[in-house]
Design a protein around this ligand. Structure first.
Ligand SMILES: Cc1cc2nc3c(=O)[nH]c(=O)nc-3n(C[C@H](O)[C@H](O)[C@H](O)COP(=O)(O)O)c2cc1C
Length: 198
């Protein structure tokens, strides 16, 4: 089996976003493991219109080259880590819109989650788990939740992840589980024909 590739997908494109900090923090911890190639996917690098096709890409293939560039990027990964903000108790619309361009590129691949917000982005993560199932991903149980105290400490108090030493072990637990599913599902995809989804 070739080394798995895992995409770390940011959910926010706001100019003043916090998203870069947790994404880089997770990337550094993950890359040091050597178990996969980890790569950040910044939706700013894939400007997409509001989804406007006549039907789901499941039934109406995309033809626009800029949209296909995003789809191919997602298709190249064996697993995903969604680093998500929480807007109005759910995931940011920009991520939801981007995932409208996807259908089978994520099939039978695991998805793990890093949430941040007043309650650790937990509502956004739960909604993303359901969305992931519809895109045939396998959502993992262990997630990272950066809640109000560390979030405000970092946004306004000059703190950094190292000041909250209980957070890093949760990344390790999340990555351990993701790594297992990534290898097992990659092996399964490579050795067993996928059943055609209805
Ligand atoms: C439109 C909007 C809605 C928000 N709604 C929530 C929310 O429901 N729950 C929450 O914990 N934080 C909420 N926040 C605060 C965000 O947690 C905080 O702004 C965070 O930095 C957003 O992530 P970002 O900076 O990466 O975009 C909201 C922020 C915005 C801009």
């Amino acid at each position: 089996m070739t080394k798995p590739k895992i995409g770390i997908i940011l959910s926010s494109t706001r100019q003043s976003r916090f998203a870069d900090r947790p994404a880089k923090w997770v990337l550094d911890i993950a890359a040091a493991r050597g178990d996969a190639d980890y790569d950040i996917v910044d939706l700013r690098d894939y400007p997409l219109p509001f989804f406007d096709a006549v039907g789901s890409p499941r039934f109406v293939p995309l033809t626009d080259e800029a949209q296909l560039r995003f789809v191919r990027k997602i298709a190249a990964f064996d697993g995903y880590i969604f680093v998500t903000a929480e807007y109005n108790h759910t995931l940011p619309g920009v991520l939801s819109n981007a995932l409208s361009f996807i259908f089978n590129e994520t099939e039978k691949k695991p998805a793990a989650f890093v949430g941040y917000g007043t309650v650790g982005g937990s509502r956004a993560v739960e909604h993303l788990r359901m969305l992931a199932v519809e895109l045939s991903m396998v959502p993992t149980r262990f997630a990272v939740h950066i809640n109000m105290e560390p979030l405000l400490g970092m946004l306004r108090g000059g703190k950094d992840f190292g000041d909250y030493d209980y957070l890093e072990p949760t990344v390790t637990t999340m990555l351990d589980e993701l790594s297992w599913y990534t290898r097992v599902l990659k092996s399964g995809r490579e050795t067993t024909a996928l059943e055609k989804a209805a």
